[in-house]
Design a protein around this ligand. Sequence first.
Ligand SMILES: Cc1cc2nc3c(=O)[nH]c(=O)nc-3n(C[C@H](O)[C@H](O)[C@H](O)COP(=O)(O)O)c2cc1C
Length: 442
Amino acid sequence: MAKRQLKLSAFTPASSYHQAGWRHPQADLSVYEDFSRWVTIAKKLEAAKFDMIFIADTASPAKASEPDTFRRLAGGDQFEPMTLLAALSAHTTHLGLAGTIPTSYRPPYDAARELLSLDRISGGRGGWNIVTGISPDDGAQYADQIHPPQSERYARGEEFVDVVLKLWASVEPGGYIRNKETGIFKDLDKIHLINHVGKFYNVRGPLAGLPSPQGRPVTVQAGQSEDGRALASRVAEAVFTAQSTFEQAKAFRDDIRSRATAWGRNPDHLKLLPGVIMVVGETRQEAEDKWAEMDSYLDMQAAMSALQLNLKHVDLSAHDLDAPFPKLPPEAVVSRGSHLVEAAKKEGLTLRQVLVRSAGANAHFTLKGTPKDIADELEHWFENGACDGFNVQTAVSPVSLDDILEKVVPELRRRGLFRTEYEGKTLRENLGIPADPIPMRY
Ligand SMILES: Cc1cc2nc3c(=O)[nH]c(=O)nc-3n(C[C@H](O)[C@H](O)[C@H](O)COP(=O)(O)O)c2cc1C
């Protein structure tokens, strides 16, 4: 049997993940002025044989109702993901193309249709990052003006995904016969109404379009709460997650795999891809210095607004930045916030130190070192059950990505940990995930 190898995804690689990365002298800020920068990056990822490029998204610019924070926060200038990915598909041949469509705002029919179109245009390289939507600002852009509470978001999300899956299955191969002689365009034994009547959605079907070249687009999920894990283990074929330590990542992967097994799924057909943010140096000290330089550009007000996304009903804006991080009741901490709170307690961090950490890596696995140091750590996580690969975050775009592609990926390849050629043309073939049936709730 072939040696198990890492799966690698690149997280929105033309943007700087570190919150102040955009202020770095080498950061390229033209990526949303000049689409050709994206093409260059996608081609580099394909030359490096990455499984996929992933485009994260919130529909609205964040914090638009707080002008003083709004003008300081990077972001808001992005492209819409499906349009961007479809354009990139014309410039690439093997790179997987995954993007976020949240389940809380727009109808499932639109999501099913847009994703299937991307998948067909790209020859079977499409993927959907299923999120319920992290940003309260998004609610303000849609008619109902609300960001539903988390439990309702997930209740909707569960049904939304099932409707999308039913729609994708509503057109079988051979459904469009287009027979000029008989005048019959469709074979109705292969094109089905879904007649979905549920709690949140009523959708008749069938979906407009032809079946996916890879069975159906690959499903990805990014959620960490109890409800998020329940959804991921049922419907996701790849799982994104923020884990700071090996122990946390291993416990998370074990949990998702055992939940998937309980659903009757093959846990090897779920790829756990924690985020990793890497800064490469000739020496460890050089890498540390690079990171410290990025931290020096941080704005504490912008950092506070990002930290608040991980806290519920507590406002730390009046707290002394240099006082110890306050004790918070567990119910005030949301998903990855628990990693930051745990670190604050263990290491005795001040609020300022937590803000710096949160704005830099947002609780993701962080590596600063030589290519060998970094490859050692990635190998340790992979070989000891903490992941099936990584979602690679670019600290400062594009220089940090170039370092990873030129220095870290070759080291992984030398160790036999990463492919030298794509296994196939579709995202599913490269990830090694057959289109197994997904257990349905609706
Ligand atoms: C790698 C990664 C990518 C994510 N991408 C998005 C995104 O594009 N849009 C979004 O609203 N949330 C995104 N999220 C946040 C998740 O939707 C989710 O809110 C978060 O992981 C917390 O999980 P929970 O909602 O189950 O508590 C992402 C999370 C991770 C780890």
